[in-house]
Design a protein around this ligand. Structure first.
Ligand code: ATP
Ligand code: MG
Length: 465
């Protein structure tokens, strides 16, 4: 691949990557903003639920009274810290069902449109004596989880804080201490927190971003596809241009020799002395004719071998496959006139084959000629034919082989492998293209397997019936 194209691919990929990172960053920011807005909006709609509902307010008030009595009992050492919490817990447990029901009823009236759990927890309970000097911590959530007071039970990490409230109160009460009634005062500091847990809030936030997300993914895929398509197109175009340039070079090379011979012959004929002597002029005319035939053949090769399979009009006939194939191979071997090429056959077909003899022979010969053209010393060609599901003809050689990355282009028009070994051999890159078109016209297919330096094997498959 050309350096410029590689650079283009690298720069475009980096650009696309940068674009995706920026897009990801923006989406993440939008997600955070939407999440904050969503939580804030929910908080706002439920934060004053306790105060607005007389029932909830009533429950809170009796809870406060009960709680103050417990603290008073603790203050006169009737119960321990642990018992305060235990009693508080058993009291809140007894009213929790009614509390939840009332809360849910209020929630329903808010019509927020999604499920929500809520809880009230205690973070600290501190009692100070009347002088406000000695403070006694009954509970603190600094080291332990908060104390669940009312509402649903869920983990702190699964919830969002709705509000915090700090209740400071001076409490005066009368208690019998050592047989006599005494008025006792203490200060209480109670810190509670309201929390909510929204079921599937991520889904709701994502749902609100659906259009943005959908559009982003769509645009990203579109840009990615456009880039991919343009690069592939560019590479293909470059390949086609290279192949065509090669073809022009090849054909120019092929035309050069006959044309220069013709020029020379014409020059000789212009020479009067030479024309007068009849014998040499006959030779010159013969040369002209030979070169003319050569030029004609070359043009015919380009014109005929460029036919597409739709343009090939087959004239099929039933042939005795064994006889027919043996004849092609034998004639080919004879025409070679080379002793150091070993050709072995394993042709084993006992049913007649329906092919166009003229075209099919050309197809087989093109492969055989290639095997010789791109062979090495001690060339061995193996031809085997049999009937499996289809008629199967395999032609293998132990020649120079084809580099793996070039194999997919073998049947393209004008394609020739770009290495020196191949360029020293004449050819227009049409043989395999034409062979493939002939096989396609017979509704068959052609497969190729090759290993560079080891050899190549072509398989032609033609459906029988
Ligand atoms: P043409 O057949 O038109 O005269 P060509 O032989 O170059 O020219 P194709 O027959 O289409 O063209 O073959 C295409 C290319 O495939 C060849 O140039 C050669 O590089 C490679 N090739 C084909 N057959 C073999 C083979 N048996 N071994 C190694 N390389 C092969
Ligand atoms: Mg060829």
């Amino acid at each position: 691949m050309n350096k410029k194209i590689r650079l283009l691919i690298v720069i475009s990929s980096l650009g696309l990557l940068a674009l995706s990172v920026i897009q990801g960053y923006l989406i993440n920011n939008t997600y955070k903003l939407k999440k904050t807005a969503f939580i804030a909006e929910t908080k706002k709609s439920i934060s004053r639920l306790d105060d607005l509902s007389p029932k909830l307010d009533g429950i809170n008030e009796t809870l406060q009274d009960n709680f103050l009595n417990l603290i008073a009992d603790y203050y006169v050492k009737k119960i321990t810290k642990k018992q305060v919490l235990e009693k508080l817990n058993s009291y809140t447990d007894s009213i929790n069902r009614v509390y939840i029901e009332s809360y849910e009823k209020e929630l329903k009236e808010q019509e927020i449109g999604y499920d929500l759990k809520f809880q009230k927890v205690v973070n600290t309970i501190i009692v100070l004596d009347s002088a406000g000097i000695k403070n006694d911590t009954i509970f603190s959530s600094l080291k332990t989880p908060s104390f669940h007071l009312l509402g649903h039970k869920f983990d702190e990490k699964d919830g969002h804080k709705i509000s915090n409230s700090l209740w400071l109160t001076d409490h005066v009460f009368n208690r019998k201490v050592n047989g006599e009634m005494r008025s006792i005062t203490f200060n209480l500091q109670l810190e509670t927190e309201d929390r909510m847990n929204i079921d599937g809030w991520e889904r709701i936030v994502f749902g609100r971003m659906a259009i943005l997300l959908g559009m982003s993914i769509f645009i990203f895929l579109l840009v990615f596809w456009l880039l991919y398509y343009s690069i592939i197109n560019l590479i293909t175009q470059k390949k086609i241009v290279d192949i065509k340039t090669d073809f022009v070079n090849n054909i120019t090379h092929e035309l050069k020799t006959p044309l220069s011979t013709l020029t020379l012959a014409t020059k000789m004929l212009q020479n009067d002395e030479m024309v007068l002597a009849s014998a040499p002029s006959k030779n010159i005319v013969n040369t002209i004719e030979r070169q003319n035939i050569r030029l004609q053949k070359l043009i015919d090769q380009v014109v005929n071998n460029s036919l597409g399979y739709q343009e090939i009009k087959l004239n099929k006939e039933l042939v005795n496959a064994n006889e027919y194939l043996n004849l092609i191979v034998d004639d080919f071997q004879l025409s070679l006139n080379l002793a150091n090429i070993q050709i072995s056959k394993n042709i084993n077909i006992d049913i007649p084959l329906s092919v166009d003899k003229f075209y099919f022979t050309t197809a087989v010969l093109n492969i055989l000629e290639n095997a010789v053209k791109y062979g090495k010393e001690n060339l061995k060609i193996v031809i085997s034919a049999n009937i499996t599901a289809d008629f199967k003809l395999i032609i293998s050689d132990n020649g120079i082989g084809i580099p793996k990355k070039e194999v997919p282009f073998l049947f393209d028009k004008f394609f020739r492998v770009g290495n020196k070994e191949v360029h020293d051999v004449k050819g227009l890159g049409l043989g395999l293209y034409y062979t493939n078109q002939i096989v396609k016209a017979h509704q068959g297919k052609i497969l190729v397997e090759s290993k560079q330096g080891k050899g190549t094997s072509f398989t032609i498959l033609i459906p029988i019936a």
